[in-house]
Ligand binder design. Sequence first.
Ligand code: NAP
Length: 344
Amino acid sequence: MSNAFVIASDGVDPKLVPHRPLYTGAKIPGIGLGTFGSDRFSAEEIAQAVQDAIAVGYRQIDCASVYGNEHLIGLALRDVMAGGVPREELWITSKLWNDKHGEYDVIPSCEKSLKDLQLDYLDLYLVHWPFPNHHAPGVSADSRDPCAQPYIHEHFMKTWRQMEKLVERGLVRHIGTSNVTIPKLKLILRDAEIKPACNEMELHPHFQQPDLFRFVVNNGIVPIGYSPIGSPRRPNRDRTDADTVDIEDPVIVTIAQRLNVHPAVVCVKWAAQRGQVPIPFSIRREQYLSNLKCVVSDPLTDEEMQAIAGIDKNCRLIKGQVFLWQGARGWEDLWDVNGEITTR
Ligand SMILES: NC(=O)c1ccc[n+]([C@@H]2O[C@H](COP(=O)([O-])OP(=O)(O)OC[C@H]3O[C@@H](n4cnc5c(N)ncnc54)[C@H](OP(=O)(O)O)[C@@H]3O)[C@@H](O)[C@H]2O)c1
């Protein structure tokens, strides 16, 4: 008897979801579910959302060891696969945390994620941040790792060589970067034997990163957009008075009224239509279902796409202050805002 998985009656057929081709010929589903609970949602709630999101048609899940919930997401994945979802239909991403960049730490760290997620391989493994700098969970924005360093390309490439070994050993299908800049990516592309297939970066209407977006696409890398809704529930350490709110922008609100959806849905729809892969987070069924449905419904008009292109405020929300090193001037140093890698 066949064990075919039945999508919820109000769900979306995963075959209808647009997919984006990678340089390997593989295709990544054009939307995924985020799993970072912003210190607000429990691992149990998030794992339950993963299981239910797959039941409504999601096929991509964005995980990371630092989110502290892979062991429970693994139980959810085991259950959906036992229920008939073939492994090859799923796209599971995980990420190497900053304290595991050491040459002998990368492979065991990936193996730990695989064990927790109960998988034989990952579809994508990312270097979460290009710095070996980390912080204890929940610390304030002025907390610093005393051993923190700026980006040192030779060190990063030692980590990357281990990432390449993961592909060679068949533990991961693709490797990629996250939170990098154009100058860093130029060096990585120059020296990598296996090039990044995806780059995960902050992308929402008020932070469109047009230069990095173009650079990534022109180099055959698929952009994955994190915090696509402007992360309205992000931790306090990632908030400043200057931050703007995408879902309150009049352009977004007007389009939401026309479509009779929440402004969050407009952000997700714009992201998928622009060409990045959004990975919105939610544990609420009506939210993650409407985020999925919007990528298979009628597109935004050209005028709406242009209007959203016009509301970019270059407003980075995830500034990464906790990863700064002694002597750094401010969070801008993490992002090479002058077009050169900051090395001090
Ligand atoms: N690579 C990296 O360094 C990095 C960094 C940050 C995030 N990420 C990834 O990106 C994922 C998403 O980013 P994020 O969690 O920061 O923020 P986000 O997806 O921009 O925002 C998530 C919040 O938006 C609200 N929301 C979602 N769908 C909605 C809907 N349809 N209607 C109304 N509200 C809706 C929910 O708020 P309520 O809970 O209030 O309902 C939810 O908590 C993360 O979970 C993580 O997987 C990666």
